[in-house]
Unconditional design. Structure first.
Length: 290
C-alpha cells in the first residue's frame, strides 16, 4: 500500500496560513475563472479515481501552478517512495467554496496568472484539513457530531473510487431487483424515480454516462483553450435520442449557481471538509457554461 501526503504552505514557509489570507489572495479573481480552473484540474487528474496520478499530467499542472524552483521540488516529491502531492479533491472543493462565497463576478482571470501565484493558493488551502473540531465547533454535542461526519465523509471519498464500477454495480442492482417484480413488497424504483423527477431513469443514467465520458476523456492539450475546452451547454446533449424536456430536468436536478451555492453554504457549513452542497448539485452554472 502506498502512503501519500499532501504538501502545505506551513511545511514550505514555516507558518500556517489563515483562511482570511487565502480569501485575500482569491478575492481579486473572478469567481467563474477560479471555479472552472479547479474543475479542470480535478477532471484532468481524475481525482475520483483510486491509485497513482498520471505523472505526465501532474507535472504539466505543477509547471503551470509553480515557478521553476518550487515546481521542480514538487515534481520530485511526487516520485518518492512515500510521495507528497499538491493537488487533491478536498483542496479544490474548498477553493471552489471560498470562490462562491467571497469572489466577484467580474475580476482578473486566474487562468492567466504567471506560475507561482496559484501554487501558493493551493498550498494555503492544504493548511486547513488537519483534523481539529475544537476551533470551530460549538459546545453542544450535536454540532460536534455533525462536524465529525463532515470530516469522515470527505476522508472516505478521498480514498477514491472507480466510477465505472459504480455505474455497472448500480445497473446490475436494478436489473436483479427487477426480478422480484412479482413479490408483494416489490418497489418499482424506475417508476418511482420518474414519478418524483419527471425524467425516466434510463434517460437519467444515459445523461450521467455522457457527462462522465466527456470528463474522463479530457486531455492535457485542452488546457491551452481555457475553460471553454471542458464546459458545455444544454444543446451539447441534443444529439442524444433524449427529449429536450428530459435534458432540462436533468440539468435542473444536478445544477446550482454560484449565488445559490453561496447562500446555502452560509446557512449550513460545518468546516473546510463540508462539501454537502457541492455534492448535492455537482454542476455549477457559470458564464462559460456548465
Amino acid at each position: 500500500m502506498m502512503l501519500a501526503t499532501y504538501a502545505t504552505f506551513e511545511q514550505m514557509h514555516h507558518r500556517k496560513s489563515s483562511i482570511q489570507e487565502l480569501v485575500n489572495r482569491l478575492s481579486s479573481y473572478s469567481r467563474d475563472s477560479i471555479i472552472s480552473l479547479c474543475s479542470f484540474i480535478g477532471i484532468l487528474l481524475k481525482l475520483w479515481d483510486r491509485g497513482r496520478y498520471d505523472l505526465a499530467r501532474y507535472d504539466h499542472l505543477t509547471s503551470c501552478a509553480f515557478e521553476p524552483l518550487r515546481g521542480d521540488w514538487y515534481r520530485l516529491a511526487a516520485r518518492l517512495a512515500e510521495p507528497e502531492f499538491i493537488f487533491h479533491r478536498r483542496q479544490l472543493l474548498l477553493i471552489t467554496k471560498l470562490a462562491a462565497l467571497h469572489c466577484p463576478l467580474v475580476g482578473m482571470d486566474l487562468w492567466k496568472v504567471p506560475p507561482g501565484f496559484f501554487g501558493t493558493i493551493l498550498l494555503m488551502a492544504n493548511d486547513h484539513f488537519h483534523y481539529d473540531l475544537s476551533a470551530e465547533a460549538k459546545s453542544d454535542e450535536f454540532d460536534k457530531i455533525k462536524r465529525l461526519f463532515a470530516e469522515l465523509i470527505s476522508v472516505g471519498e478521498g480514498a477514491g473510487f472507480r466510477a465505472e464500477y459504480k455505474i455497472v454495480r448500480s445497473h446490475l442492482m436494478l436489473k436483479y431487483a427487477n426480478q422480484l417484480r412479482n413479490h408483494p413488497e416489490f418497489i418499482d424504483i424506475a417508476s418511482e424515480f420518474e414519478r418524483a423527477r419527471g425524467i425516466s431513469l434510463a434517460d437519467y443514467k444515459a445523461l450521467c454516462f455522457g457527462l462522465f465520458a466527456k470528463s474522463a476523456t479530457l486531455a492535457p492539450e485542452n488546457l491551452q483553450h481555457g475553460a471553454s475546452a471542458f464546459t458545455f451547454a444544454a444543446q451539447h446533449f441534443h444529439a442524444m435520442a433524449i427529449s429536450k424536456e428530459s435534458i432540462g430536468l436533468f440539468l435542473e436536478e444536478i445544477t446550482t449557481t454560484p449565488e445559490s451555492l453561496a447562500t446555502r453554504i452560509k446557512q449550513r457549513d460545518y468546516g473546510p471538509n463540508d462539501f454537502t452542497e457541492l455534492r448535492k448539485r455537482p454542476l455549477i452554472s457559470a458564464s462559460v457554461g456548465y
